[in-house]
Design a protein around this ligand. Structure first.
Ligand SMILES: CC(=O)SCCNC(=O)CCNC(=O)[C@H](O)C(C)(C)COP(=O)(O)OP(=O)(O)OC[C@H]1O[C@@H](n2cnc3c(N)ncnc32)[C@H](O)[C@@H]1OP(=O)(O)O
Length: 518
């Protein structure tokens, strides 16, 4: 244990997640209405953020349909006040759009800097206030609640502070729930964030403020931290930090920072953060970097042997950031920096017990492979062990033959003949692609034999840089059967590489069953 005594404050901070509005403003990202509805459901009901922003008014028919479906669901589930839509100061246009979609809260995009109001809208501040008042009056008629974004507020605080004060002193007299302060271009540093937020809170103690960070200097999390220190009680996030340019403050990091560094609470269920990250990764097509805090593939993987050794000795490297909190598990990487403790942990996980001499030999072989830039995965271990110990790990499963067909206008098909422990089995199937057809044929055989077949979770193909079409292609497939595991295949042909990774998986399952029996 750290031994640090911290006082957890009872006040609960609130989170407004804008993955479905600002997050979708990531270049190349566009969610379908069904994807938006799924993310909205998980965010509000499983993750437990307080509010979500789901769309900008006027954007498109698709955006309207998504907003309409989410609002219909929110009405059924009693969440209407938690779902917000950004709208513009454009008379009745945005409000009518939101009303037709069933929306009950508009986040009205107003100007937070003198430059923006005078140069973009070409209005005086008084004219802008008058237009905002008209929107608010119309919102009231429609029964729509209003929050106000002061767009470009951070720039406004630097270059036209009087204008910002003028706006808020007028807005606070209007029928507005919250004023949302965005660092629209991500220009702030933590000290400025603190000072600007403090100034707002001290000057307008009765106003409810939100702080909205952007990550252009990689300071979004630090700025959120300082905004809360200055007294902000609601911050905006996006899942995986999606958002325009460098993105917004990532939900998972904000939640962990609030809990572990500010010792405050939110209503968010930490154990769901990994799930929502994966969902948004798959819907957005934006891969999570492997080293992205809390949600990246390798952030709970110890690479250094010394750390693994310390974990075995009274948990010497304990810290608050336990993977289990976020629905994840710690793993130990294999490579040239893994010592025997790392390797032992992996072997134990697979049920393999080696004497110290054998363990040393296996460790040296893994270090050798790492030096040659080879990727070593836990699933390679039985092969390395067998090789080093000069036993050959029997290949129980061989592909005898396969034929794949791909013809324009016809569904791809595959015929597979496979040898399992000396017996031949054959099956044919069609699929969406040649590999899919191959997998369907294999699954038919496994179904017939009543053998478990893992779920394919992820499939990635890497070709060496340079675009040589005859070069080796590496296919890495992530499977799930009780737990996740990974296999690789190398071949100049992409489908053949995937088939090799699949055969390796089948053999591993056979050996795993044996290890588990032993
Ligand atoms: C900080 C943020 O992230 S805010 C994000 C806001 N969201 C979006 O912009 C995404 C969706 N936007 C859109 O689909 C489009 O921009 C639309 C539908 C809103 C408007 O489209 P268009 O009519 O083609 O205008 P365009 O996209 O060029 O926007 C510029 C116009 O918006 C006006 N404008 C800018 N800010 C605002 C505002 N807050 N309220 C009202 N009008 C505004 C500009 O003055 C300009 O008007 P002008 O053409 O009369 O000079």
């Amino acid at each position: 244990m750290t031994g640090k005594v911290v006082e957890v404050q009872n006040e609960v901070l609130s989170i407004m997640d804008t993955t479905l509005r600002d997050g979708e403003q990531t270049s190349g990202v566009s969610f379908t209405d069904t994807e938006k509805l799924s993310v909205a459901k998980v965010l509000l009901e499983s993750v437990g953020v307080d509010r979500i922003e789901i769309a900008s008014a006027r954007v498109s028919e698709g955006e309207f349909e998504a907003a309409r479906r989410i609002m219909a669901w929110a009405a059924e589930r009693g969440h209407l006040g938690r779902v917000e839509i950004l709208g513009f100061v454009d008379g009745k246009i945005s409000l009518d759009w939101i009303n037709r979609a069933g929306g009950k809260v508009i986040n009205l995009l107003c100007k937070g800097s003198y430059k923006h109001v005078t140069q973009q809208l070409r209005k005086t501040p008084e004219e802008h206030i008058a237009d905002i008042q008209k929107s608010i009056d119309y919102a009231e008629e429609l029964g729509i609640a209003v929050n106000v974004y002061l767009e470009d507020w951070s720039n406004g605080m630097r270059s036209s502070r009087d204008y910002v004060h003028f706006m808020i002193s007028r807005l606070k007299e209007m029928n507005i729930q919250r004023i949302m302060l965005p660092d629209t271009l991500g220009i702030l540093d933590p000290d400025e964030t603190y000072d600007f937020c403090k100034e707002m809170i001290e000057s307008f103690p009765d106003v409810k403020f939100d702080f909205h960070a952007h990550n252009d200097y990689d300071l979004a999390i630090a700025n959120v931290f300082h905004a809360i220190k200055a007294g902000m009680r609601c911050v905006h996030t996006t899942v995986n930090g999606l958002g325009e340019r460098a993105g917004n403050a990532p939900l998972s990091s904000v939640i962990a920072t609030i809990k572990d560094h500010l010792h405050m609470q939110t209503r968010v269920n930490e154990s769901m953060l990994n799930r929502i990250s994966k969902l948004v990764e798959s819907f957005s097509g934006i891969r999570i970097p492997t080293n992205k805090p809390l949600i990246g593939e390798f952030v709970f993987t110890q690479c250094s042997g010394i750390h693994a050794d310390g974990d075995n000795k009274n948990n010497l490297y304990f810290n608050d950031l336990l993977p289990e909190r976020f629905g994840r598990v710690r793993s130990y990487a294999l490579g040239k920096t893994s010592g025997k403790a790392n390797i032992k942990a992996n072997l134990e996980e697979m049920g393999i017990d080696l004497d110290p001499e054998a363990l040393k030999k296996v460790t040296n072989r893994i270090i050798d492979l790492g030096d040659k830039k080879e990727t070593v995965t836990a699933e390679d271990l039985p092969y390395i062990v067998a090789d080093v110990l000069q036993e050959s790990l029997e290949q129980k499963i061989h592909i005898n033959n396969y034929a794949l067909s791909h013809a324009m206008g016809l569904k791809p098909s595959a015929t597979v003949s496979i040898d399992i422990s000396g017996k031949n089995y054959e099956a044919s199937a069609s699929g969406d692609g040649q590999y899919d057809a191959f997998m369907n044929a294999l699954k038919n055989i496994y179904k017939r034999l009543k053998k478990p077949f893992p779920k394919l979770l992820d499939y990635s193909v890497t070709i060496p840089p340079g675009g040589k079409t005859d070069a080796l292609v590496e296919s890495v497939i992530i499977w799930e059967l009780d737990r996740e595991f990974k296999t690789r295949g190398l071949d100049p042909d992409q489908t053949a590489a995937a088939i090799k990774a699949t055969v390796r998986m089948l053999n591993l399952l056979e050996h795993r069953a044996e290890f588990e029996k032993a």
